[in-house]
Design a protein around this ligand. Sequence first.
Ligand code: NAI
Length: 684
Amino acid sequence: MDLKHWKLERDAQDLAWLWFDRAGSATNTFSTEALRELGQVAEHLAALPPKGLAILSAKENGFAAGADIDEFTTIASAEQAMAFTNLGNEVFDRIAALPFPTLAMIHGFCMGGGTELALACRYRLMDDGPKTRMALPEVLIGIVPGWGGCKRMVPLIGAANALDLMLTGRSVDGRRAKKLGLVDAVTQKRHFANAVRMLLANPPAPYKPPFMAAVTDWPVVRSLVASMSRKKVAEKARQDHYPAPYAIIDLWKDFGGDVRNIPQSHPASMASLFAHPTTRNLIRLFKLQDRMKAMGRGSPPKVGQVEQSGGETVRHLHVIGAGAMGGDIAAWASLKGITVTLQDLAPDRIAPAVQRAHALYKKRLKQPHLVQAAMDRLIPDVAGAGVAKADLVIEAIVENAEIKRKLFAGLEPRMKEGAILATNTSSIPLQELSGVLERPERLVGLHFFNPVAQMMLVEIVEGPQTSPEVMQAGQAFARQIDKLPLPCKSAPGFLVNRVLSPYLMEAMLMLDEGIPAEAIDAAAKDFGMPMGPIELADMVGLDICWAVGHELQKPGTPIPKKLRENIEAKRLGKKTGQGFYTWSKGKAQKSNGSGSVDLKPLADRLVLPALNEAVACVREKIVADADLCDAGVIFGTGFAPHRGGPISAIHERGKESWLKAMAELRVKHGDRFVPDTGWNAIPE
Ligand code: NAI
């Protein structure tokens, strides 16, 4: 057999070892060619059966990441989509039908098709390290687990558990996978070979789920579980915006989990999902995410410690300011394995950050020794002793240029040679801060978003003097801590706040006109925002909205009256229990429904200021191109992912239609609705 992507060996005990090693790629993904070869291997082994088969990956980073997304995105017709789907099913069915024990050895990431191959094996063995994760994340790109994932996972762990994983796309580690029954054993990767030999020498009966899990797939219970799942999904995503989760429920309930049973005309079929604009937009977003990840790789930065440590990025981070942002940035970096010293004016200002960090580690790391190790890496440091040792110093003190400059002037002489200085400022241009520095080229903006643990994006802000190496190091640091870097020019509001701010301000002006908050929020959600702007403003804090809005306000734009009143009365939103809404138990108290208001024109009015600003940002090259503008706004604000971001939303509905709506709004509300000149560059 001539294999490009797989390597097959038989050992002295007549066990077959099949290594997945996708040629020309650092990651295992399933292309048509890789699938066909796997089919050949299955045929060969069926004809000459070994005692058992172990399937493992030759790649450092994981077992397999799923279908080859590049091949996937070139699929042009429903027929091609079905052919690719059928091929995966046929090959995995052949593996499942092998007449001897089969076992998948899983380390690193095991996603989508990787999980589906593992499920086609009789047994699964999983590494217990923190980097090993298993998931069926197809829903996140608008499709269903179509290579037998649904068909095989449900009988293994029960419908309720399987739906939970398939509908959220959530990944599980080895311990959780074992608890669910997804894998038969969990051990460190170095013990894999022994564990395999033991399992295959004495194969136990395949795993069966406990009664309470199995019962959720019984025909009589199925309708109930399906309708409960639909209800839960509907709370999060509308079917016309996100058809895939609904398709997964139908696939399981009505078609035995096998996509080949779904008629092409059914909304859950692969053909229908492929034709849906959401799928196209989500796949594009997935690829953009990859593009942003790649920006963190680049060539190793040539600065100080970075060079000495052989291309490694930051080992020691020093954070100044242990408030909402600094405290959480420090906690996150320590969670990701970096030694962090955290400085503030007094110990009692650092203590709440350490407490929050502990809660984060307990939630994310679970195991006490890992929690302890992360706590040990996070070192309170009022005296600022860490400055001299740090590869990177991040400033997150009060938003005041004078105070920041004073801090920088004292800081720079104490920093080690080659270390990088970063500011988390959300509005001060870097050039206003770098004047006090001997080496302004080593100042970069690292603009995180609140809450740090949940927001993926970090804007890497380039001042006029920031050196390319320092920009690259900033991007690499963002990747080191598993965030998505977005290089931005240092202009007011960078990208995300600049686009978000006029949207929030418009919402508040609508409130001043007497439009109910509930209607404004409902209109935004109708468009596809995860949360309405009034609720979001309350969450962010009205003082922060005020400061950012003030900084970015265009001349002639009115100041929202109710916002000012709330600020004066110290009603700052969620954090004070009262803002535009009253907050109780962490939730905004809303009156039911949005009345008889027509939401569509409200949505246009809300969204257009954001679209207009996004167009301006692309024209001004705040980010490199329109794709990165879309990705930044989605990952920084949650802007309607199914619409593919602001620029994509313009293309989807058509420039002419948006400009017509804008002209009408200008007549009613004035010149803040004048289209930016950047619209001229957008094709009809
Ligand atoms: P905060 O008010 O919660 O925390 C600031 C902390 O800095 C306080 O604990 C204060 O004691 C400390 N501090 C002040 N001067 C200091 C000094 N000279 N030395 C050491 N510590 C000092 O502020 P927050 O919200 O964390 O913001 C910090 C920075 O992050 C600001 O530049 C802000 O614009 C930016 N930012 C804030 C976001 C937010 O949503 N809050 C989002 C993104 C950026």
